[in-house]
Design a protein around this ligand. Sequence first.
Ligand SMILES: [Zn+2]
Length: 429
Amino acid sequence: MQRRKVTLKLYPNAAQAARLEAWTRLHCELYNAALEERIDAWHKARKSISYYEQQNALPQIKAARPEFVELGSHALQQTLRRLDLAFQSFFRRVKAGQTPGFPRFKAAKRFSGFTYPDPAGWKLMQHGGRGATLRIGSGDTALSVRARGLHRFGDQAKPNDITLTRRNDQWFVSVTLRVPESACARQRAADMRRGVDFGINDWATFDDGRTIDNPRWLREELPRLAALQRQRGRKKKGSLRFKRLGRRIARLHDRIGNLRRDFVHRETTKLVRQCAVLATEQLAPKTMSRSARGKGEAPGRRVRQKAGLNREILSAGFGMAHPMLAYKAEEAGTRLHLSHTRQIKPSQRCSACWELAPKTLAQRMHVCPHCGHVMQRDQNSALVVLIDAHNTQDTPGTGVAARPKPRPRQRGKSKSVTRETPTTTAQAV
Ligand SMILES: [Zn+2]
């Protein structure tokens, strides 16, 4: 069994939305009350209260406040656990010598939602391609909300726990599915071997020179975002109009994020479907997007260009592509090879003679001073990582496993250079 997370959008009617709001407020109230109890006990008696003491007080709370009953005991426990986690990480960081903020009281408006930690107290009914219904509670008081969203795992996926969240006045349910391995597998359509360089001018460049353009929509949305932010800057802070614009800005941010995630999902899926071997380089978006302003006596050049570039790098979802490729490659049985950037230096190395040919970011062509090889810069990098993937097929080399931390099941096994899982193309279903 594997775990997969999917998010469905909920479409509550006005009465249902009001109930979800009310439940969120109650969860928030519980959270704040539990926090206050812990603070009081410490101030008055230097006593620290554990999660279990608070959990054991829940029946009394429900007796005194019957409106808590319909929230479900496990969901209430989960909210107390959330507070406990906040305290745990607070103390962990104090111990590590950091200065974390003390767990805070939360405003009901900002309280993000609540969780049902096991398959009890709710039911998710999928209606084929026509969406789903989420039913919470039982009997006459049950809440049945329409939901929309599809996943590719079919009937074999069993929902295990759900988290209801509210964002920008919209409700979502995030569902953890337990999926059999066979339903996770992706079919591969081809067995290509490709090196790919994720870049700035093009989102991706392949070793054969093919490219995938950066999405243009961002260029269209960003000026709109900037205009809204300017408009808000002219309003009085905290005023009605200020808040109204704030909501519009938040929604636009959301939209850009959604489009970007969608783009990266589509492209990474295509990549693993086509490739038996996919090579790219380890990426550190932070260093790539580091300010061009430079330090002190060594001011950077092309500051303005780099600022626009930063935005574009971040917009293209660099950070998103790698983790997506990692799990999708595993599902498709694609060997994903990540070249060690500092050892291999794919952008500086010549794909023909393997010598280093240093160049600046502005130089778009690779011209080798050693062998005279000429190639477009990104294509050369893609070819270098592909060659590196071939070289390190079975000798421990410079590649590293795609997933930063091995999952528990795989721990203890020898660390392989690249991640390879049995191919699934053969099992045509
Ligand atoms: Zn060369």
